[in-house]
Structures are given as structure tokens and as C-alpha cells.
Write a protein that binds this ligand. Structure first.
Ligand code: GDP
Length: 197
């Protein structure tokens, strides 16, 4: 898929205020610092479409972007901030959960995982929750360029092995590097394939 246009539409904290549109939505989520903004910018061929979330306080927002005038890319708040207090974590959870469970336009959720880390409880629990609620999701491993090819491959395999303990069938998995622009065609091709059906 060529990205012909990518425009910011709206930011808000309430799924009820998301755009009144029937266009399919593809949302991106992950722990803070996982490389979500970089990935979104890489996919859209833009330097600063998604703003990097170095400060937790700025990230309680659901951001909608209109792509090629026919689908929405949604940048969801990051989760798992070590420094965030309980109030903010609860608030975040509310925003994320209500969007994911109630937004009918949500077509696929891309869950970002830093390929350098061991499977983390918070991510595994989140996937379990997605499964329980029948939310379609894919896994996107980020920052592949930070590891050698062999190490990247073995980390991803270890992750798949861990997931196989819990899941009979694994979700689609994408290996990406925003630095090297790896995985772009695969993710955009996947979205294009769903949009065509
Ligand atoms: P966010 O908090 O999830 O939006 O993460 P950012 O996109 O702001 O990235 C967090 C940090 O990781 C920044 O310093 C990025 O430059 C770096 N980063 C993100 N993606 C990649 C990648 O694919 N490769 C490398 N080497 N660094 C990355």
C-alpha cells in the first residue's frame, strides 16, 4: 500500500468522542518507550506525525489519523509506566479498555513488543485479556536492528514458545525496525488485505 496522505484528525480521552465515521480502524499500543511513535511515523513516511511519548503525563490520549482517506490509524496511550501513580494507571486502563471493547470500527490492534526483552507479565496478561474478549490483534516486534539477526530470531522464537503455552494458535507476527524501515510493507500489506475484504 502506498501512503498517499496521512493527517491528524483528533486527540481525546473518551472513545465516545472519537470520529463519527465508519472507516476501519487499526490501533497501535504497547508499553511506553516500545517504539510506537517511531513505528507509526515510519509506516506513514512522516517524521513527526505521532509525537514521541517521553513524558507519561502527555500520553493519556487516543489519537486518530486519517490515512489515504479510507482508514484510521489510532495511536493509543502507552501502558506500563513504572513512574505513573495508581490514579493514572487506573485512568489509562479505563481509556484503553473502553476504546478496545466498545469501538466497533476497531479492526485490528497491533500490540508492540520490544524484541530485546523477555516476555513480560504485563504484556502476556494484556494478550490474555484481548483473547478473552475476542479482540483481533497482531504482535509487532520492534527495534530488530538493535540485535544481531541470530539473537533477534532466537528472542522471537522464545516469545512464540512462551505464547504457545497459552495459545493454540498464534496471532499474526510482524518483525520491524523503524530505524531500518523493516516490516513496513508487511504491516501495510496486511492492512490493505483486510480493507479489501
Ligand atoms: P514510544 O514511547 O513507544 O512512542 O517510543 P518512541 O518511538 O518514542 O521510541 C523510544 C526510543 O526508542 C527512542 O529513543 C527511539 O529513537 C528508539 N527507537 C524506536 N524505534 C526504534 C528502532 O526501530 N530501532 C532503534 N535502534 N531505536 C528505536
Amino acid at each position: 500500500m502506498d501512503i498517499k496522505s496521512a493527517e491528524f484528525i483528533i486527540s481525546n480521552t473518551d472513545y465516545l468522542k472519537c470520529p463519527d465515521s465508519k472507516l476501519p480502524e487499526y490501533a497501535f499500543i504497547g508499553r511506553s518507550n516500545v517504539g510506537k511513535s517511531s513505528l507509526i511515523n515510519m509506516l506513514c513516511n512522516r517524521k513527526d506525525l505521532a509525537m514521541t511519548s517521553s513524558r507519561p503525563g502527555k500520553t493519556l490520549l487516543i489519537n486518530h489519523f486519517l490515512i489515504n482517506k479510507n482508514w484510521h490509524l489510532v495511536d493509543l496511550p502507552g501502558y506500563g509506566y513504572a513512574t505513573a501513580g495508581k490514579k493514572m494507571r487506573d485512568q489509562l486502563q479505563d481509556i484503553i479498555e473502553s476504546y478496545i471493547l466498545n469501538r466497533e470500527q476497531l479492526t485490528c490492534l497491533f500490540l508492540l513488543i520490544d524484541c530485546r526483552h523477555e516476555p513480560q507479565k504485563i504484556d502476556l496478561e494484556f494478550m490474555e485479556w484481548l483473547g478473552e474478549n475476542g479482540v483481533p490483534f497482531s504482535i509487532v516486534f520492534t527495534k530488530l536492528d538493535k540485535l544481531t539477526h541470530a539473537k533477534g530470531k532466537s528472542n522471537v522464537q522464545a516469545y512464540k514458545d512462551k505464547l504457545s503455552e497459552q495459545w493454540e494458535e498464534l496471532p499474526p507476527i510482524f518483525l520491524t525496525s523503524s530505524e531500518k524501515r523493516t516490516g513496513r510493507d508487511e504491516i501495510l500489506g496486511y492492512i490493505e488485505g483486510i480493507n479489501k475484504t
